[in-house]
Write a protein that binds this ligand. Sequence first.
Ligand code: HEM
Ligand code: HEM
Length: 135
Amino acid sequence: MDKFVKNFIGASIFYLVLSAVLGTLMLAYPQLMNLKFVHSHLNMLGWVSMMIYGVGYHILPRFVGKKLKSNLLGEIQFYLANAGLVGMLVFYSAAQYNPEPVYKTLTVVSGIAEAVSVVIFFYNMIATLYAEDAA
Ligand code: HEM
Ligand code: HEM
């Protein structure tokens, strides 16, 4: 298993732990409900998407008997997806407690990084699954 694949799975499970802690705190302290977006995206982009990236990178090329188009792009996607997610959630949280517009801007920039990482995954997977068979 490639290192970035293992890292996606490790990161995914780590985000699940964080989201479970935050979700439980939201139950105990309803004033934290303003962080629902943080909880839901720790889960949806962290736990769920990163588990799918990890398992998908490992198994989908094997389903079609091909090699992943680019391991380098997979690695870049790992760093971009994590930086984007952490940035988006940290700056979103900061913006909840501080009206400085810079936090909102940084949240959006991080969201764009996250979206770019999704596009990289899309390209790498499609280029792998639909690659011409070697003659
Ligand atoms: C210990 C585990 C968890 C706890 C304590 C927890 C707790 C919560 C709480 C308190 C809310 C806010 C509900 C409200 O708006 O009234 C919430 C929302 C949400 N949770 Fe969790 N959660 C947990 C695990 C998960 C997992 C594993 C996922 C996804 C795989 C998930 C996805 C979501 C989503 C998407 C929302 C937003 C739903 C909406 O906007 O209506 N949660 N959770
Ligand atoms: C670049 C990636 C993404 C961005 C920038 C993004 C952004 C957002 C925003 C701005 C909201 C509205 C939050 C609010 O009402 O305050 C939202 C809600 C939601 N998103 Fe995403 N999202 C992304 C990816 C995803 C993915 C991949 C999933 C599912 C796999 C997802 C599931 C949800 C759900 C369930 C909600 C409603 C729960 C909530 O309000 O927190 N999102 N998202």
